[in-house]
Design a protein around this ligand. Structure first.
Ligand code: PMV
Length: 347
């Protein structure tokens, strides 16, 4: 038997959904109602170290220096239990010792962006834990991908780069629910994303509760899951393959709009967008109108913050336009100034 490593550090980026996952058919196994498609955004990531603790009595997780209360969420324990189960299947038995002492994990995770603000921080975090566990215990890619899903559904998409599709699957055991890469990021190297953070406060209704509410009360959700999403996945994949930005952008914005329409159709309604989000959507529309073409696409997850997709050649124009309406922070402008030839006098 090969010697296992004791500690592994990995970096896993966030992903932004272009076709959203919203609604589970099984909450315990985190099985979604519909397929979803995302782009992995390399610049925002979680750097995570997982260490195997032999003989400890509990797991320990800290995120950005804050110790997590593992009694409040079953996400970590579900993921760890599955990893240990898969490991046992490979002939490691010490975790089966009686009582609470066995193999446990210490996780230390740091993100380079605000967590809990609808910016897919949990996707990067749980994706990183699953990847580290894969490296520690040599799980295969699909096994590790399913583990990430048990922490946070969208995390399975973060384990791959480029354009990624999470297949909802049909089985009750979730064995056919995992993510695959549709296109490597090198397929469309000029594609860029810019994240605009309006508010980095934790959202009032988390995605688990929000999804449950939509599944229980939204009359629109079944139509979205069964009819709209399958068509959109095909349309978006084709647009990506043909580098048809206009179609890609239109599908992205329509899907963001529909996701938030489902939120409003839930009872009581879920409000993730703020006034700034609405002003931002109008601004993107005005930008596209002023350019006479669809050059930028917005999308919003379960929070007020925007992510914009555009081609590299549109970045300088878009930032100039956005700055006139929103007075962008100097720090953000400075970060992109050199790479995108943003005017020196833009303040
Ligand atoms: O994976 P979760 O539980 O954080 O849910 C993610 C839900 C959305 O971000 C709104 C959509 C998505 O597909 O990422």
């Amino acid at each position: 038997m090969l010697m296992e490593k004791n500690s592994v550090t990995v970096e896993v980026p966030i992903n932004i959904a272009l076709i959203k996952y919203w609604g589970k058919r099984d909450e315990e196994l985190i099985l979604p109602l519909n397929d979803s498609v995302s782009l992995t955004v390399d610049a925002l990531f979680a750097r995570t170290t997982v260490t195997v603790l032999k003989g400890a009595s509990e797991h320990e997780v800290s995120v950005n220096g804050k110790l997590q209360d593992l009694t409040k969420s079953s996400r970590y324990s579900r993921l760890f239990a599955e990893a240990l189960r898969q490991r046992r299947k490979r002939g490691h038995n010490e975790s089966e010792s009686n009582g609470s002492v066995g193999v446990h994990f210490k996780v230390t995770s740091e993100t380079n962006f605000p967590t809990c603000a609808g910016l897919a921080s949990s996707a990067a975090g749980f994706g990183a834990i699953a990847l580290a566990l894969q490296e520690l215990f040599s799980f295969d890619d699909v096994e590790a991908n399913r583990m990430a899903r048990l922490g946070s559904g969208s995390a399975c998409r973060s384990m791959l780069g480029g354009l990624v599709r999470w297949h909802a699957g049909e089985s009750d055991d979730g064995l056919d629910s995992y993510a695959t890469q549709l296109f490597d990021e090198s397929e469309w190297p000029s594609l860029r994303s810019i994240v605009f953070v309006f508010d980095d406060m934790e959202k009032k209704v988390g995605s688990t509760l929000g999804m449950r509410r939509s599944v229980e009360t939204s009359a629109l959700l079944p139509h979205r899951a069964l009819v709209v999403v399958p068509q959109r996945v095909e349309k978006l994949s084709k647009a990506f393959e043909e580098r048809d930005f206009e179609t890609l952008a239109t599908v992205i914005m329509q899907d963001s709009n529909q996701f938030h329409a489902i939120c409003l159709d839930s009872h009581p309604p879920l409000k993730y967008l703020s006034e700034s989000s609405w002003d931002f959507m109008v601004m993107v529309q005005e930008f596209n109108d002023s350019m006479g073409a669809v050059l930028a696409a917005y999308t919003f997850d379960a929070g007020p913050n925007a992510c914009v997709f555009l081609e590299k050649t549109s970045v300088a124009n878009f930032i100039k336009f956005a700055n006139e309406r929103f007075c962008l922070p100097q720090k953000g402008l400075d970060e992109v100034r050199e790479d995108y030839e943003i005017d020196e006098d833009l303040r």
